[in-house]
Write a new protein. Structure first.
Length: 401
Protein backbone atom coordinates (compact mmCIF):
# COMPACT_ATOMS: atom_id res chain seq x y z
CA UNK A 1 0.00 0.00 0.00
CA UNK A 2 0.96 3.62 -0.55
CA UNK A 3 0.28 5.43 2.72
CA UNK A 4 0.44 9.18 3.31
CA UNK A 5 1.27 10.17 6.90
CA UNK A 6 0.30 13.79 7.56
CA UNK A 7 1.69 15.56 10.61
CA UNK A 8 2.49 18.88 12.25
CA UNK A 9 6.00 17.68 13.14
CA UNK A 10 8.58 15.19 11.94
CA UNK A 11 12.14 14.26 12.86
CA UNK A 12 13.54 16.09 9.83
CA UNK A 13 12.21 19.41 11.17
CA UNK A 14 12.82 19.64 14.87
CA UNK A 15 15.84 19.36 17.06
CA UNK A 16 14.65 17.06 19.82
CA UNK A 17 11.38 16.30 18.00
CA UNK A 18 8.37 15.41 20.10
CA UNK A 19 6.44 12.19 20.61
CA UNK A 20 4.30 12.55 17.47
CA UNK A 21 7.35 13.06 15.25
CA UNK A 22 9.18 10.07 16.70
CA UNK A 23 6.09 7.84 16.54
CA UNK A 24 5.59 8.61 12.85
CA UNK A 25 9.28 8.16 12.06
CA UNK A 26 9.30 4.69 13.60
CA UNK A 27 5.95 3.81 12.05
CA UNK A 28 7.17 4.86 8.60
CA UNK A 29 10.28 2.69 8.98
CA UNK A 30 8.18 -0.28 10.11
CA UNK A 31 5.76 0.14 7.21
CA UNK A 32 8.67 0.28 4.77
CA UNK A 33 10.21 -2.87 6.25
CA UNK A 34 6.85 -4.64 5.80
CA UNK A 35 6.85 -3.82 2.07
CA UNK A 36 4.56 -0.78 2.09
CA UNK A 37 5.36 2.69 0.73
CA UNK A 38 5.00 5.44 3.36
CA UNK A 39 5.14 9.12 2.41
CA UNK A 40 5.40 11.82 5.07
CA UNK A 41 3.84 15.27 4.76
CA UNK A 42 4.85 17.70 7.50
CA UNK A 43 4.60 21.33 8.49
CA UNK A 44 7.95 23.08 8.10
CA UNK A 45 9.68 26.43 7.85
CA UNK A 46 10.21 26.07 4.10
CA UNK A 47 8.67 24.14 1.20
CA UNK A 48 10.86 21.27 0.03
CA UNK A 49 10.90 17.60 -0.88
CA UNK A 50 13.58 15.49 0.79
CA UNK A 51 14.25 11.85 1.53
CA UNK A 52 14.92 10.52 5.02
CA UNK A 53 15.92 6.89 5.63
CA UNK A 54 14.57 6.08 2.17
CA UNK A 55 11.18 7.67 2.92
CA UNK A 56 9.92 10.64 0.85
CA UNK A 57 9.22 13.66 3.06
CA UNK A 58 7.22 16.60 1.74
CA UNK A 59 7.91 19.73 3.78
CA UNK A 60 5.28 22.48 3.70
CA UNK A 61 5.86 26.03 4.83
CA UNK A 62 3.22 27.10 7.35
CA UNK A 63 3.90 30.79 7.86
CA UNK A 64 1.95 33.14 5.58
CA UNK A 65 2.12 36.93 5.80
CA UNK A 66 -1.42 37.33 4.50
CA UNK A 67 -2.71 35.24 7.39
CA UNK A 68 -0.56 37.22 9.82
CA UNK A 69 -2.02 40.49 8.49
CA UNK A 70 -5.59 39.18 8.73
CA UNK A 71 -4.89 38.00 12.26
CA UNK A 72 -3.65 41.48 13.16
CA UNK A 73 -6.61 43.30 11.59
CA UNK A 74 -9.10 41.07 13.45
CA UNK A 75 -7.36 41.91 16.77
CA UNK A 76 -6.35 38.23 17.10
CA UNK A 77 -9.93 37.23 17.98
CA UNK A 78 -9.73 34.33 15.52
CA UNK A 79 -5.99 33.73 15.75
CA UNK A 80 -6.09 30.02 16.43
CA UNK A 81 -8.70 29.33 13.76
CA UNK A 82 -6.75 31.25 11.12
CA UNK A 83 -3.50 29.46 11.96
CA UNK A 84 -5.24 26.08 11.72
CA UNK A 85 -7.48 26.55 8.68
CA UNK A 86 -4.91 28.03 6.29
CA UNK A 87 -2.18 25.38 6.79
CA UNK A 88 -4.77 22.57 6.65
CA UNK A 89 -6.10 23.95 3.35
CA UNK A 90 -2.58 24.33 1.95
CA UNK A 91 -1.71 20.78 3.04
CA UNK A 92 -4.81 19.49 1.26
CA UNK A 93 -3.63 21.17 -1.95
CA UNK A 94 -0.17 19.61 -1.59
CA UNK A 95 -1.66 16.16 -1.00
CA UNK A 96 -3.93 16.53 -4.03
CA UNK A 97 -0.99 17.47 -6.23
CA UNK A 98 1.23 14.59 -5.10
CA UNK A 99 -1.68 12.11 -5.20
CA UNK A 100 -2.06 12.67 -8.96
CA UNK A 101 1.14 10.68 -9.52
CA UNK A 102 1.54 8.58 -6.36
CA UNK A 103 -2.02 7.16 -6.12
CA UNK A 104 -2.26 6.82 -2.34
CA UNK A 105 -4.34 3.98 -0.93
CA UNK A 106 -5.03 5.80 2.36
CA UNK A 107 -4.11 8.98 4.23
CA UNK A 108 -3.46 9.06 7.98
CA UNK A 109 -3.82 12.51 9.54
CA UNK A 110 -2.67 13.55 12.99
CA UNK A 111 -5.59 14.95 15.00
CA UNK A 112 -3.56 17.86 16.33
CA UNK A 113 -4.34 21.18 14.60
CA UNK A 114 -7.13 19.64 12.49
CA UNK A 115 -4.81 18.50 9.71
CA UNK A 116 -7.60 16.52 8.06
CA UNK A 117 -9.99 19.47 7.84
CA UNK A 118 -10.02 19.28 4.02
CA UNK A 119 -9.77 15.55 3.16
CA UNK A 120 -9.47 14.37 -0.44
CA UNK A 121 -12.82 12.87 -1.38
CA UNK A 122 -11.41 10.10 -3.56
CA UNK A 123 -8.88 8.77 -1.01
CA UNK A 124 -9.83 7.04 2.27
CA UNK A 125 -8.70 8.95 5.35
CA UNK A 126 -8.22 8.18 9.02
CA UNK A 127 -7.39 10.45 11.93
CA UNK A 128 -5.17 9.28 14.79
CA UNK A 129 -6.04 10.99 18.08
CA UNK A 130 -3.17 11.55 20.46
CA UNK A 131 -4.50 14.11 22.96
CA UNK A 132 -7.61 16.00 24.00
CA UNK A 133 -7.03 19.72 23.62
CA UNK A 134 -9.56 20.84 26.23
CA UNK A 135 -8.31 18.36 28.81
CA UNK A 136 -4.69 19.40 28.21
CA UNK A 137 -5.67 23.07 28.64
CA UNK A 138 -7.50 22.33 31.87
CA UNK A 139 -4.33 20.83 33.34
CA UNK A 140 -1.91 23.50 32.19
CA UNK A 141 -0.85 21.97 28.88
CA UNK A 142 -1.56 25.05 26.75
CA UNK A 143 -0.77 28.72 27.30
CA UNK A 144 -3.49 30.04 24.95
CA UNK A 145 -6.75 31.43 26.38
CA UNK A 146 -9.97 29.45 26.34
CA UNK A 147 -11.33 31.33 23.28
CA UNK A 148 -8.39 30.06 21.22
CA UNK A 149 -8.60 26.56 22.68
CA UNK A 150 -12.31 26.33 21.83
CA UNK A 151 -11.51 27.30 18.23
CA UNK A 152 -8.88 24.57 18.06
CA UNK A 153 -11.17 21.97 19.65
CA UNK A 154 -14.04 22.72 17.28
CA UNK A 155 -11.84 22.42 14.20
CA UNK A 156 -10.17 19.21 15.43
CA UNK A 157 -13.59 17.65 16.01
CA UNK A 158 -14.74 18.75 12.55
CA UNK A 159 -11.69 17.09 10.97
CA UNK A 160 -12.47 13.86 12.85
CA UNK A 161 -16.08 13.96 11.65
CA UNK A 162 -14.94 14.28 8.02
CA UNK A 163 -12.62 11.25 8.17
CA UNK A 164 -13.61 7.72 7.19
CA UNK A 165 -12.26 6.44 10.49
CA UNK A 166 -10.84 7.62 13.79
CA UNK A 167 -8.42 5.63 15.93
CA UNK A 168 -6.09 6.11 18.87
CA UNK A 169 -4.05 4.19 21.43
CA UNK A 170 -5.82 5.26 24.63
CA UNK A 171 -9.21 3.96 25.80
CA UNK A 172 -9.49 6.97 28.11
CA UNK A 173 -8.97 9.57 25.37
CA UNK A 174 -11.04 7.55 22.88
CA UNK A 175 -14.01 7.61 25.25
CA UNK A 176 -13.87 11.42 25.41
CA UNK A 177 -13.86 11.67 21.62
CA UNK A 178 -16.63 9.09 21.20
CA UNK A 179 -18.87 11.11 23.49
CA UNK A 180 -18.25 14.34 21.57
CA UNK A 181 -18.18 12.88 18.05
CA UNK A 182 -20.97 10.36 18.55
CA UNK A 183 -18.99 7.84 16.53
CA UNK A 184 -16.76 4.84 17.17
CA UNK A 185 -13.08 5.33 17.86
CA UNK A 186 -10.97 2.25 17.16
CA UNK A 187 -8.37 1.38 19.81
CA UNK A 188 -4.98 0.51 18.31
CA UNK A 189 -2.21 0.70 20.87
CA UNK A 190 0.99 2.43 19.81
CA UNK A 191 3.72 -0.02 18.79
CA UNK A 192 6.79 0.05 20.98
CA UNK A 193 9.89 0.33 18.86
CA UNK A 194 13.08 -0.71 20.62
CA UNK A 195 15.81 1.80 19.87
CA UNK A 196 19.13 0.27 18.90
CA UNK A 197 21.42 3.11 19.87
CA UNK A 198 24.97 3.24 21.16
CA UNK A 199 24.57 3.69 24.91
CA UNK A 200 26.44 6.65 26.41
CA UNK A 201 26.90 6.02 30.16
CA UNK A 202 28.97 9.17 30.76
CA UNK A 203 26.21 11.28 32.34
CA UNK A 204 25.10 8.42 34.58
CA UNK A 205 28.62 7.62 35.70
CA UNK A 206 29.43 11.27 36.42
CA UNK A 207 26.34 12.10 38.46
CA UNK A 208 24.50 8.96 39.55
CA UNK A 209 26.73 5.90 39.76
CA UNK A 210 26.41 4.31 43.20
CA UNK A 211 23.35 6.40 44.17
CA UNK A 212 19.80 5.29 44.89
CA UNK A 213 17.32 7.50 43.08
CA UNK A 214 13.80 7.84 41.78
CA UNK A 215 13.40 9.23 38.28
CA UNK A 216 11.01 11.43 36.36
CA UNK A 217 11.62 11.94 32.63
CA UNK A 218 9.53 13.76 30.05
CA UNK A 219 8.33 17.34 29.71
CA UNK A 220 8.56 19.20 33.01
CA UNK A 221 5.08 20.72 32.96
CA UNK A 222 1.97 20.98 35.08
CA UNK A 223 -0.03 18.45 33.07
CA UNK A 224 2.81 15.92 33.40
CA UNK A 225 2.59 16.22 37.20
CA UNK A 226 5.49 18.56 38.00
CA UNK A 227 3.51 20.33 40.72
CA UNK A 228 2.63 16.97 42.29
CA UNK A 229 6.29 15.99 42.38
CA UNK A 230 7.23 19.36 43.88
CA UNK A 231 4.63 18.91 46.64
CA UNK A 232 5.81 15.36 47.37
CA UNK A 233 9.55 16.02 47.43
CA UNK A 234 10.05 17.77 50.81
CA UNK A 235 8.57 14.85 52.77
CA UNK A 236 10.32 12.27 50.60
CA UNK A 237 13.76 13.88 50.92
CA UNK A 238 13.43 14.33 54.70
CA UNK A 239 12.26 10.76 55.33
CA UNK A 240 14.77 9.06 53.02
CA UNK A 241 18.18 10.76 53.29
CA UNK A 242 19.86 7.99 51.27
CA UNK A 243 17.72 8.66 48.19
CA UNK A 244 18.00 11.25 45.43
CA UNK A 245 15.36 12.45 42.98
CA UNK A 246 16.34 12.93 39.31
CA UNK A 247 14.48 14.80 36.58
CA UNK A 248 15.28 14.79 32.86
CA UNK A 249 13.45 16.48 30.01
CA UNK A 250 12.42 19.76 28.48
CA UNK A 251 11.45 22.43 30.99
CA UNK A 252 8.44 24.70 30.41
CA UNK A 253 6.98 27.56 32.44
CA UNK A 254 4.62 26.63 35.26
CA UNK A 255 3.45 30.25 35.43
CA UNK A 256 4.39 33.34 33.38
CA UNK A 257 8.11 33.86 33.90
CA UNK A 258 8.43 30.93 36.31
CA UNK A 259 10.19 27.84 34.95
CA UNK A 260 9.33 24.35 36.18
CA UNK A 261 12.60 23.84 38.07
CA UNK A 262 12.45 27.27 39.71
CA UNK A 263 8.94 26.39 40.87
CA UNK A 264 10.13 23.04 42.21
CA UNK A 265 13.04 24.65 44.08
CA UNK A 266 10.67 27.17 45.66
CA UNK A 267 8.40 24.38 46.87
CA UNK A 268 11.23 22.34 48.37
CA UNK A 269 12.81 25.46 49.85
CA UNK A 270 15.52 23.78 51.91
CA UNK A 271 18.94 24.09 50.23
CA UNK A 272 20.27 20.99 51.98
CA UNK A 273 17.40 18.89 50.64
CA UNK A 274 17.83 20.38 47.17
CA UNK A 275 21.35 18.95 47.03
CA UNK A 276 19.67 15.58 46.43
CA UNK A 277 17.52 16.87 43.55
CA UNK A 278 19.26 16.63 40.18
CA UNK A 279 17.94 18.15 36.96
CA UNK A 280 19.75 16.83 33.88
CA UNK A 281 17.96 18.93 31.26
CA UNK A 282 16.83 17.57 27.90
CA UNK A 283 19.18 14.72 27.09
CA UNK A 284 19.62 12.26 24.23
CA UNK A 285 18.21 8.75 24.43
CA UNK A 286 21.67 7.21 24.46
CA UNK A 287 22.33 9.19 27.67
CA UNK A 288 18.85 8.63 29.11
CA UNK A 289 18.73 4.84 28.84
CA UNK A 290 21.52 4.15 31.39
CA UNK A 291 19.79 6.58 33.77
CA UNK A 292 16.48 4.72 33.42
CA UNK A 293 18.30 1.43 33.88
CA UNK A 294 19.97 2.64 37.08
CA UNK A 295 16.80 4.09 38.67
CA UNK A 296 15.15 2.45 41.66
CA UNK A 297 11.78 3.35 40.17
CA UNK A 298 10.06 5.86 37.90
CA UNK A 299 7.35 8.37 38.87
CA UNK A 300 5.05 9.69 36.12
CA UNK A 301 2.18 11.44 37.97
CA UNK A 302 0.46 12.97 34.93
CA UNK A 303 -2.76 14.93 35.33
CA UNK A 304 -3.60 14.30 31.65
CA UNK A 305 -1.95 11.84 29.29
CA UNK A 306 -2.68 9.58 26.35
CA UNK A 307 -0.58 6.42 25.99
CA UNK A 308 2.58 7.70 27.68
CA UNK A 309 5.78 6.94 25.80
CA UNK A 310 7.84 7.54 28.95
CA UNK A 311 5.87 4.77 30.64
CA UNK A 312 6.51 2.42 27.72
CA UNK A 313 10.25 3.11 27.79
CA UNK A 314 10.54 2.70 31.56
CA UNK A 315 8.58 -0.57 31.57
CA UNK A 316 10.62 -1.86 28.62
CA UNK A 317 13.73 -1.37 30.76
CA UNK A 318 12.09 -3.38 33.55
CA UNK A 319 11.33 -0.48 35.88
CA UNK A 320 8.47 -0.22 38.35
CA UNK A 321 6.42 2.78 37.22
CA UNK A 322 4.02 4.77 39.36
CA UNK A 323 1.41 6.32 37.07
CA UNK A 324 -2.07 7.76 37.57
CA UNK A 325 -5.57 6.36 37.17
CA UNK A 326 -7.51 7.34 34.06
CA UNK A 327 -4.64 8.67 31.97
CA UNK A 328 -3.60 5.72 29.84
CA UNK A 329 -1.38 4.23 32.53
CA UNK A 330 -4.11 1.85 33.70
CA UNK A 331 -4.11 0.39 30.18
CA UNK A 332 -0.44 -0.52 30.66
CA UNK A 333 -0.07 -1.13 34.39
CA UNK A 334 -1.87 -3.83 36.33
CA UNK A 335 -2.11 -2.48 39.85
CA UNK A 336 0.37 -4.16 42.16
CA UNK A 337 1.45 -6.63 39.47
CA UNK A 338 3.39 -4.63 36.87
CA UNK A 339 3.49 -1.25 38.63
CA UNK A 340 1.32 1.08 40.67
CA UNK A 341 -1.43 3.62 39.99
CA UNK A 342 -2.39 6.58 42.18
CA UNK A 343 -4.99 9.32 42.12
CA UNK A 344 -3.92 12.15 39.81
CA UNK A 345 -2.94 15.36 41.56
CA UNK A 346 -2.46 13.77 44.98
CA UNK A 347 1.11 14.14 46.28
CA UNK A 348 0.48 12.06 49.42
CA UNK A 349 -0.71 9.12 47.28
CA UNK A 350 2.39 9.35 45.12
CA UNK A 351 4.68 9.25 48.17
CA UNK A 352 2.73 6.34 49.66
CA UNK A 353 3.15 4.34 46.45
CA UNK A 354 6.87 5.10 46.34
CA UNK A 355 7.19 3.86 49.92
CA UNK A 356 5.28 0.70 49.02
CA UNK A 357 7.79 -0.04 46.25
CA UNK A 358 10.71 0.68 48.58
CA UNK A 359 9.38 -1.88 51.06
CA UNK A 360 8.89 -4.66 48.52
CA UNK A 361 11.05 -7.78 49.00
CA UNK A 362 13.65 -8.06 46.26
CA UNK A 363 11.99 -11.11 44.71
CA UNK A 364 8.59 -9.40 44.53
CA UNK A 365 10.06 -6.24 43.01
CA UNK A 366 11.93 -8.32 40.43
CA UNK A 367 8.73 -10.18 39.53
CA UNK A 368 6.98 -6.81 39.05
CA UNK A 369 9.81 -5.59 36.82
CA UNK A 370 9.55 -8.76 34.71
CA UNK A 371 5.78 -8.30 34.40
CA UNK A 372 6.35 -4.73 33.18
CA UNK A 373 8.65 -5.95 30.41
CA UNK A 374 6.20 -8.69 29.41
CA UNK A 375 3.43 -6.10 28.98
CA UNK A 376 5.57 -4.09 26.57
CA UNK A 377 6.33 -7.26 24.59
CA UNK A 378 2.65 -7.21 23.55
CA UNK A 379 3.31 -3.91 21.75
CA UNK A 380 5.86 -5.33 19.32
CA UNK A 381 5.61 -3.74 15.84
CA UNK A 382 5.01 -7.19 14.34
CA UNK A 383 1.73 -7.24 16.31
CA UNK A 384 0.60 -3.61 16.42
CA UNK A 385 1.65 -2.38 12.96
CA UNK A 386 -0.10 -5.41 11.47
CA UNK A 387 -3.20 -4.43 13.45
CA UNK A 388 -2.97 -0.92 11.97
CA UNK A 389 -2.63 -2.31 8.43
CA UNK A 390 -5.75 -4.43 8.95
CA UNK A 391 -7.58 -1.28 10.08
CA UNK A 392 -6.44 0.54 6.94
CA UNK A 393 -7.82 -2.29 4.81
CA UNK A 394 -11.13 -2.15 6.69
CA UNK A 395 -11.42 1.61 6.07
CA UNK A 396 -10.46 1.26 2.39
CA UNK A 397 -13.16 -1.40 1.89
CA UNK A 398 -15.72 0.79 3.67
CA UNK A 399 -14.77 3.81 1.53
CA UNK A 400 -15.25 1.81 -1.68
CA UNK A 401 -18.79 0.71 -0.78
Amino acid sequence: MKIALVTTEYVTELKGAGGLANYLYRLALALKEMGHEPYVFTYARADAQVEDAGIPVYRMKVKNYGVELLDYTTVKLWSKALHIIYPAWKMSRLLRRVARTEKFDIIQYAQLSALGLFPLKNIPAVVRISSHTGLWKKHGGYAENWRQIKQQEALEMKACQRADGVFGPSRFIAALFEKELQRRVKIIETPFFSQHVQIDPGLYQTHLAGKSYWLFFGTLSEHKGLKVIAAMLPDFLRKYPDFHFVLAGREVDIAPGLGAMDYLRQQVGNEVLLQRVLYLGQIKHEQLFPIIQGAFGVTLPSLADNFPNACLEAMAWGKVVIGTFGNGFDQLIEQGESGFLVEAGKASALLEAMETVMLLPNAQKKAMENAAQQRIELLRPAIKVKELINYYLEIIAKHQQ
